[in-house]
Design a protein around this ligand. Sequence first.
Ligand SMILES: Nc1ncnc2c1ncn2[C@@H]1O[C@H](COP(=O)(O)OP(=O)(O)OP(=O)(O)O)[C@@H](O)[C@H]1O
Length: 573
Amino acid sequence: MKEFYKKRFALTDKGARNLSKATLASFFVYCINMLPAILLMIFAQEVLENIVKSKGFYIAFSVLTLIVMYILLSIEYDKLYSTTYQESADLRIRTAENLSKLPLSYFSKHDISDLAQTIMSDIEGIEHAMSHSIPKVGGMALFFPLISIMMLVSNVKMGLAVIIPSLLSFIFIPLSKKIQVKGHKRYYDILRKNSESFQENIEMQMEIKAYGLSEEMKEKLYEKMDKSEKVHLKSEMTTILTMSISSIFSFISLAVVILVGVNLIINKEISPLYLIGYLLAAMKIKDALDASKEGMMEIFYLSPKIERLKEIQNQDLQEGDDYNLKKFDIDLKNVEFAYNKDAKVIDGVSFKAKQGEVTALVGASGCGKTTILKLISRLYDYDEGQILIDDKDIKEISTESLFDKVSIVFQDVVLFNQSVMENIRLGKQDASDEEVKRAAKLANCTDFIEKMDKGFDTLIGENGAELSGGERQRLSIARAFLKDAPILILDEIAASLDVDNEKKIQESLNNLIKDKTVVIISHRMKSIENSDMIVVLENGRVESQGKHEELLQKSKVYKNLIEKTKMAEEFIY
Ligand SMILES: Nc1ncnc2c1ncn2[C@@H]1O[C@H](COP(=O)(O)OP(=O)(O)OP(=O)(O)O)[C@@H](O)[C@H]1O
């Protein structure tokens, strides 16, 4: 049972074990629920035969039943609720851990709000089903055959009178599973798309306002809401229809028991006592089955949520061994990579970025420069070829060991809604305040930080919303200065800097990069002329590589880039 639960509901080992225990507890609760009916039957028989036992027997029987029921309900409650909440916390942590080990390629193909929904709301759905439905349905699946056999053994006709209508009332639920799941999945998918649209609308507020698109976007959202409402209504209607048909049979079951029972009494096949007993049993079974039907529906609706959770759990993680890298040459050998299958963005790229040297990547926009930086830093895993650091394939190095040795400053700076101090400290978690301030000074941040309300303790808003582009960029450079890793990757760090800031940061950088492996991208061709090695890229391939003077002689693409940069500098608006 444990393995079935684990696979079927994407649970942890502990969660599946607890759910199995809860199922067994539910089964025994169903059994013990029959005891009052049995007691009533014994009492009725004794009244009929005029041999009523002492009060003590009934009191002892009732007290014993209550105690057993209390114990079972406590076990069921504990397994259903306390351990379920623990399981949902474990599932969330496990999913978040999986996500943290996935390459960025996964995130570029999945919406972030969607993933957040899986962690929060999908797991909440599983949590609710675990505590309210799965053990009840599982317990019923064990209890129903047992009680059916007992009833058939006692009296076949009365047994069948209870079992057949009960089965008929239940059968509609699994029969309608396909339609139910399809309808609910459709609604669920639409809901997810709606939440993506809402998020997009919030994130794109600046563009929406700048281009006067508010009304148009609002109408599109209304349309989507209307559509989701219709799909929801349709899905609910099939549920209502199924439940109604099932309820009719459920009610008929009691009438059938009375009819068959009365008939058998008239034919003197059973005593009225049997009828009372079977009627009580039928009522109990009806209640239990009704609860299980609702539980089963909930389990059906879980399907898309579980599929999404399994999808995250079954992704290839970025594995690798912890390794203490000592040398930092980066050697790319025939590297190939595609974001989307069959559309290679990097196609057989080979070059060596040596330790103690600055290697610059240049080429037209979209030729694959940033992608190469992402591959070197293992944010994405390459498809073919090899990238070696310290003669070790980076795919064999754990991301923790690799990231420990790499500082990255990307064009798109990501900041957290924390203080300036904590945002810089991300570069080196155990850095003292003094170290953070020194790094901020090297990155020319001190001036603007000191002007802020609370200096280094100022909160910077979501993703640094309260900072200018240049200030954000400088904070991210300060992080890299603080980390002081032996491999430094810089993607267009001057893009948002004015000439003054760029010059000051350049000076700090020149001190920082000694003995390091530095790989940079810059559209300001002047800033890379002195690089030890310039790799010229064209459509994901290396067109040429060498020093500035050498490339002016041998590389058409490079010459072209230099000329175009000159033209751009002379451009007047
Ligand atoms: N996440 C992604 N998913 C799919 N395609 C992508 C993704 N990121 C980039 N690309 C595509 O890969 C190609 C290379 O992009 P890349 O960002 O590496 O170019 P680049 O040379 O750095 O460009 P730029 O100089 O404009 O920054 C482009 O055609 C781009 O459209």
